[in-house]
Design a protein around this ligand. Structure first.
Ligand SMILES: [Zn+2]
Length: 198
């Protein structure tokens, strides 16, 4: 992972796209979801966006990145694109996401062959782009490496997560957590937040 060193100013364009990802995270928060959001950009244009929807879908794998990737796959399949064309499209796409992709999402991103990833705060517990595993630098037969830069507007991403948990997560309290399928993710982000606030 490349992290912006303190005092390094990211490109205006990077900040602009990360702001859109943060907007998605805020939408997630408005829907009482853990606030993580993303956008996928091709040729300077946002072509997909996603926000965490684990509670709404009762599916702990519906992370922002998976939502954005699946929307594109669906669209491109409708367009009749071949696998090769889909791969070629992803190889021109950049993802901006408010929190470091987890191991699952980092794997998915390397399988689809995304060109580049920018993220906000790190994910010290489940991060797949340098924190726990470095899936972005370990390509294989079915996976490609991708460039990854963290620390873009990290404070904003952390503040959203913090206010989500401070206001009391209706889905992730100790009692509720036994009964909701969003639980794994909620406790996952709680742990991330604890680590971040240290
Ligand atoms: Zn994920």
């Amino acid at each position: 992972m490349t992290s912006l060193s303190e005092g390094t100013v990211p490109e205006a364009e990077t900040v602009a796209f990360m702001k859109l990802a943060l907007e998605q995270a805020k939408l997630a928060m408005d829907s009482l979801e853990v606030p993580v959001g993303c956008v996928i950009v091709e040729d300077q244009k946002v072509i997909s966006s996603g926000r965490n929807r684990t509670t709404e879908t009762r599916n702990a794998t519906r992370h922002a990145e998976m939502e954005a990737i699946d929307a594109l796959l669906e669209q491109w399949q409708k367009n009749g694109f071949t696998n090769k064309e889909v791969a070629s499209k992803f190889s021109r796409c950049t993802l901006y996401v408010t929190c470091e992709p987890c191991i699952m999402c980092a794997s998915a991103l390397s399988i689809v062959g995304i060109k580049e990833v920018y993220y906000g705060c790190g994910n010290d517990k489940f991060g797949g782009c340098g924190s726990i595993l470095s899936l972005h630098t370990s390509g294989g037969v079915s996976r490609k490496e991708f460039k990854c830069t963290g620390g873009i507007m990290a404070i904003d991403a952390i503040n959203l997560l913090r206010s989500f948990y401070e206001q009391g997560n209706p889905n992730g309290g100790p009692e509720a957590s036994q009964n909701t399928s969003g639980t794994g993710l909620n406790s996952f982000f709680s742990s991330v937040l604890v680590l971040l606030s240290k």
